[in-house]
Design a protein around this ligand. Structure first.
Ligand SMILES: Cc1ncc(COP(=O)(O)O)c(C=O)c1O
Length: 367
């Protein structure tokens, strides 16, 4: 069986370094915040090319803290509208709703998974104050177009970069440095995965950083003084150590990931399977290799019978989820079609060359 993801083989080569980090951690007793968190934050800011990085408890909280930070600065208010992709993981939408802001769903561009800029423009009224773009599956949105759009309409451009670590434009502008602030997830299966929940925010805005650091730490930047109704949304200090180890090796992992994606793009040539666009310029880091097929059930059955794992990202769009009942009647035809057709195939750095070949052969044999 070729599993969809192999968490054990992905982490095996770091076991010694992780054990070393754990022993230092136990020895110095700095379990909450401290040097390990700061050091990872500095390392990640440098990686993204931003002035600041703030570690967080997870990716959802990172998004949430960005919105709460802007509210705390008086730059967003409850009820303000935020453009958000209809085709995304529910976390993007939950962050908006939990911050008492209002999501305005935007369809993806046909034949692409990113938000349709023309739809975004059409839906922008004076109530819209921010645009949350998602670099879905690891592919950057149309950077220049969204930067210009946000500037023209005076919107905060916020990146959900949970799936796009290291994706960059031709000019070398990286995910995390494109908008006013960005959220990352280090969920264990992400391109850079922790050994538990973890996330980060990147930005160049120092006053936003001050608010977020206070809010994530019980509304306190000075012990026993609580200025805001804050949260506990700090990056775990042990995860910060593990993440520093993983981040140092990420260029190698990303190269391997991109090499596998290239082989898939070049060699999967089955007319029944739509493969993703492959820019080959670093703007897509292939967190997921998502194909589309008209009869998904049949296709997944075929993969299973040939011992190839797969997953669906995602089977039900956010606006059709029970949790978002008040939005259930909305209709987004492109999003709904994609949610019926998408299938993610195995793509991770510890896949062997022969496993990659096997995936290609199985997909090409599907009829
Ligand atoms: C696009 C997107 N946004 C946000 C998140 C939330 O991240 P986390 O699971 O770390 O809270 C995820 C990952 O699960 C995601 O894929």
């Amino acid at each position: 069986m070729i599993p969809f993801f192999n968490i054990k083989s992905e982490n095996e080569s770091y076991a010694k370094n992780f054990a070393h980090e754990l022993s230092i951690f136990m020895e110095n007793g700095q379990f909450i915040l401290g040097d390990a968190v700061t050091s990872f934050e500095n390392q990640y800011a440098a990686f993204c090319g931003t002035k600041f990085c703030i570690g967080t408890s997870n990716g959802l909280d990172a998004l949430r803290l960005i919105f709460e930070g802007y509210k705390s600065l008086g730059l967003l208010s409850e009820g303000d509208e935020v453009l958000v992709p209809a085709h995304t993981y529910i976390a993007s939408v939950l962050a908006v709703i939990q911050s008492n802001l209002k999501p305005v769903f935007v369809e993806p561009k046909e034949e692409s998974y990113g938000m349709d800029i023309n739809e975004a423009i059409r839906l922008t009224t004076s109530k819209v104050k921010a645009c949350l773009v998602v670099h879905l599956y690891g592919e950057l949105i149309d950077v220049k177009a969204f930067q210009n759009f946000a500037k023209e309409h005076d919107l905060f451009l916020i990146e959900d970069a949970a799936q796009a670590h290291g994706a960059e434009t031709k000019k070398g502008l990286k995910a995390g440095a494109i908008g006013d602030a960005a959220a990352f997830s280090f969920y264990p299966t992400k391109n850079i995965g922790a050994l538990g929940d973890a996330g980060a925010i990147t930005t160049n805005n120092e006053s936003l950083v001050g608010q977020i650091q206070m809010l994530q730490n019980y509304g306190s930047s000075q012990k026993h003084i609580h200025k805001k109704i804050g949260f506990n949304m700090r990056l775990d200090a042990l995860q910060a150590r593990f993440l520093s180890v993983k981040l140092s090796d990420y260029p190698n992992l990303l190269n391997r990931r991109l090499a596998i994606a290239s082989r898939y793009s070049e060699q999967i040539n089955n007319p029944k399977i739509t493969i993703p666009v492959h820019p080959q310029d670093g703007s897509h880091v292939f967190h997921l290799f998502v194909v589309r097929v008209p009869d998904r059930k049949d296709f997944i059955g075929f993969l299973e019978s040939n011992d190839v794992g797969s997953l669906i990202h995602y089977p039900i769009p956010p606006h059709k989820q029970e949790a978002l009942e008040s939005y259930n009647k909305l209709s987004f035809p492109i999003t709904e079609r994609y949610h019926n057709e998408v299938v993610s195939i195995p793509l991770y750095s510890s896949l062997t060359d022969s496993q990659v070949q096997r995936v290609i052969d199985v997909l090409n044999a599907y009829s």
